[in-house]
Design a protein around this ligand. Structure first.
Ligand code: FAD
Length: 364
């Protein structure tokens, strides 16, 4: 049996950022991951957008951690040669009702301390994005994109340089509380005794909480999986900003948007629909939904849209349910001291990885 000080479960971008942060201060930090390498799930299946923080309710963890997180991540990327681009984004509106939503978003963003927000008209929009159809647009200059694989690679190497151990192909299958802490039992028969456990298991973080004995139904911590698919188009070129429609009124997702990657290639998505199984297969069932949404802001023909990829969101918000914030908590109150849960780390989790890590450090 291994004895460790801090055991982190899950090597997505959140677990890696936490391993880096904690290994600066603590010894015997071990990160375990069930897959053969980092980021095989949500952290490599997303839009790679660094969000500004305009969407989230004032005072929410999502707002606070995002507004600070984007600045931290730009700084980290610059200092560590992680490719990124502060390209900015336009949220487009094509009628008065949508303009009203833009105005509300601008007010919300300003409450959250997002700077530089500006509503521009059709001709100003045409000057900066000639292919985009928009009567109005909310300009969000702080938004950007990042190479998420390079980011995770850097977080992994920094954590290891600080002395953290990262062990792949180690699946936690059960957890027992002990007087000194916790026993984590692995699928290969290994057992680790840990004083502190940090649960960053993404889509499975509710299952890990359940393993230690937290009643996830009663505590309202059950995750709802929500799939998002992407299409790509090599036909559309020379776009400079990310282009978003006004967000979904139910707050489930931000609308099928156009992103560019660091090579300038164009992708559309993700859409959003709740699913019961972890299945990354895709078909073209939603192609007409994509075309309808995209054509509102850019002209495109069906043959120029190809299926690309998909991801699954770990949402605390159930279908038809209210906004839910990130759940980042030390669980002494529930009878599990030194057990820290990170549950419901959906978007903007990538943007917030460094500030979530700082938040967790405060809980130790
Ligand atoms: C479609 C989509 C688009 C998104 N777009 C953006 C965006 O543009 N910007 C943004 O900021 N955020 C975005 N997000 C959110 C962002 O991707 C996530 O918040 C972030 O990646 C979550 O990281 P994570 O480490 O919590 O989860 P994950 O990356 O899923 O990592 C969890 C890890 O835990 C491991 N694990 C699970 N169970 C066990 C176990 N029992 N034992 C050991 N290991 C285990 C898994 O294998 C996995 O590697 C998007 C998400 C989706 C789905």
């Amino acid at each position: 049996m291994e004895q460790v000080n801090i055991l982190i479960i899950g090597a997505g971008v959140i677990g890696l950022a936490i391993a880096r942060e904690l290994s600066e201060e603590f010894v015997d930090v071990v990160l375990v991951e069930k897959e053969e390498t980092f980021g095989r799930h949500t952290s490599s299946r997303n839009s790679e957008v660094l969000h500004s923080g305009i969407y989230y309710p004032e005072g929410s963890l999502k707002a606070q951690l995002c507004v600070n997180g984007i600045q931290e991540i730009y700084k980290f990327a610059k200092e560590n040669n992680v490719p990124f681009k502060n390209c900015g984004k336009l949220i487009v509106a094509n009628n008065k009702e949508e303009l009203f939503i833009l105005e509300e978003l601008k007010i919300n963003g300003e409450k959250n301390s997002v700077i530089g927000l500006e509503i521009i008209n059709e001709s100003e929009c045409k000057k900066i994005e000639s292919q985009i159809k928009a009567k109005y647009a909310l300009k969000v200059p702080s938004t950007g994109i990042i190479d998420s694989h390079s980011l995770m690679q850097k977080l992994e190497s920094e954590a290891e340089n600080n002395g953290a151990f990262i062990v792949y192909e180690m699946e936690v299958i059960s957890i027992d509380a002990s007087d000194e802490g916790y026993f984590a039992n692995f699928a290969n028969g290994d057992v680790f005794e840990a004083k502190t456990i940090i649960n960053c298991a993404g889509l499975f973080s509710d299952k890990i909480a359940d393993m230690v004995g937290i009643n996830i139904e009663r505590e309202n911590l059950k995750l709802h999986w929500c799939k998002g698919e992407y299409y790509k188009s090599s036909k559309i070129k020379d776009i400079n900003h990310l282009i978003y429609p006004v967000p979904d009124p139910n707050g489930v997702f931000l609308g099928i948007h156009l992103t560019i990657n660091l090579q300038g290639e164009v992708r559309f998505g993700p859409n959003a629909y709740y699913v019961d199984e972890l299945n990354y297969e895709m078909d073209e069932a939603y192609k007409s939904q994509f075309l309808k949404a995209i054509k509102k802001y850019i002209n495109i023909d069906e043959e120029n849209l190809q299926l690309d990829d998909c991801g699954i969101r770990a949402k605390l918000q159930k279908e038809g349910g209210e906004f839910r914030d990130f759940y980042i908590k030390e669980e002494s109150e529930k009878g599990f001291p030194n057990f820290i849960n990170c549950i419901g780390i959906e978007s903007p989790g990538l943007t917030c990885c460094l500030t979530i890590a700082k938040e967790v450090r405060k809980l130790i």
